[in-house]
Design a protein around this ligand. Structure first.
Ligand code: HGY
Ligand code: MN
Ligand code: MN
Length: 410
């Protein structure tokens, strides 16, 4: 008989986690290293203790839970993230976190013989409050002290300060890297965050590859002046320059390719008075393409527009790029196990790429990695409107359990 997750327990965990950081206005505010993130970790820890799992932390707060196991073989990891975007939803990250916990717990309580351990993982700051896919990048690439010191949040607050008062980390944030091969395989369950599965009426998405991600802060610097007395022709308005720049970005993306996207979701204006001509406008960009060469073209195109607009408007511009995160194909053997698991459970499945970034793309540097998608209602995500029927959640969790079991017994 095929092993199944405990649906009632999974549903309760998902509901409990959704209550942590729930906002009166709707949605969930559980950004990384916030008090709500700490409460969610406390909750996760208590669930691990109740299930008899050991929980380890690293210097960036990545959490790895495991049941005692006699074999000293590289473990199978499964997991996701507990943090949300500001005003996020109840499924992005939470789904893969509670499903992974349920898998480890279910395997432990049924005593099914495993060749290797299975660990449930929570990655820190997937949503990039301080750095996109921060925790998993710490595991796959590591950070130098200078890199850690340079990471700042939305308000200019520093990661090092957030970590200084943070009890959910252990050790140095520069010593989180683990060797390739120390994990046997990694699998993440996630909502699709797009409309394809729902539109096709398919139960399970088998992720083929994950999009490449670039980011940059583009800082336009002009001159502060009086809003009433400075004629329009004598101004050096940083925000007007930034606006002219932003308006051109859809054209840049369209010229690079059909899958290129660019977003500005964050602007900082200084000195920030309604009656002061802006002296500084810093726009934070997120740009993506599934193709590595196109991602480079996109970045060059955007930087070129920034320089041209700055020249034309007489302001100066500084381009401060993030380290890009490469597009990542996922491992065919793991994809095969996912397909087989779905078929065994009588579920329909389809291959599809991910336009969202995931910790899986860092884990793929360390171990053969696969991702399982389930449908998102109306394709909505990064919003309180995020929703997936529990029947789909349970289907996805059962595919995850079966996949993990196969990987842990092989
Ligand atoms: O931004 C992303 O694609 C992911 O949700 N962190
Ligand atoms: Mn997200
Ligand atoms: Mn996510």
């Amino acid at each position: 008989m095929t092993l199944r997750v405990n649906g009632d327990r999974l549903r309760q965990d998902l509901a409990d986690l959704a209550g942590i950081g729930a906002l009166e206005s709707g949605g969930i505010g559980r950004t990384a290293f916030s008090p709500a993130d700490a409460r969610a970790r406390e909750w996760y820890w208590s669930r691990c203790v109740a299930a008899g799992l050991d929980l380890r932390l690293d210097g960036l707060g990545n959490m790895v839970a495991q049941a005692p196991h006699p074999a000293d073989l590289p473990p199978v990891w499964t997991g996701s993230h507990i943090d949300t975007v500001p005003h996020g939803g109840a499924f992005d990250g939470a789904l893969g976190t509670v499903a992974a916990l349920e898998c480890v717990r279910r395997l432990a309580e049924t005593g099914v013989p495993l060749r290797r351990p299975v660990c449930s993982v929570v990655f820190s700051d997937e949503e990039g409050n301080y750095g996109h896919l921060l925790g998993s990048r710490g595991l796959s690439h590591g950070y130098t002290a200078d890199q850690i010191a340079a990471l700042t949040g939305r308000e200019g607050d520093r990661l090092v300060d957030a970590l200084a008062g943070w009890t959910w980390a252990d050790g140095s944030p520069t010593r989180t890297r683990i060797p390739a091969g120390s994990v046997h395989a990694f699998v993440e369950l996630h909502i699709e965050q797009g409309p394809k599965l729902e539109a096709a009426g398919v139960d399970i998405g088998v992720v083929t590859s994950i999009v490449g991600l670039g980011g940059a802060v583009v800082e336009f610097a002009g001159r502060a002046d009086h809003a009433g007395t400075t004629p329009m022709s004598l101004r050096s308005d940083a925000l007007l320059a930034a606006s002219a720049f932003l308006i051109e970005l859809p054209e840049v993306a369209a010229a690079v390719g059909p899958d290129s996207v660019v977003t500005c979701g964050l602007i900082q204006v200084e000195p920030g008075g309604a009656n002061v001509v802006p002296a500084l406008a810093a726009v934070t960009l997120d740009f993506r393409d599934p193709d590595p060469a196109r991602l480079v073209m996109l970045e060059r195109g955007i930087a070129g527009v920034a320089r041209r607009i700055a020249d034309a408007t007489g302001v100066s511009v500084t381009w401060r790029p993030d380290e890009p995160i490469a597009p990542m194909p996922l491992a065919e053997p793991v994809r095969d196990v996912i397909r087989h698991s779905a078929s065994e459970l009588g579920l329909s499945h389809v291959d599809l790429p991910s336009g969202a970034g995931h910790d899986s793309q860092n884990m793929a540097h360390l171990a053969p990695t696969g991702m399982i998608f389930i449908p998102s209602k109306d394709g909505r995500s990064h919003s309180p409107a995020e929703y997936t029927d529990f029947a789909d959640v349970e289907r996805g969790a059962n595919v995850l359990l079966s996949t993990v079991l196969t990987l842990a017994t092989s």
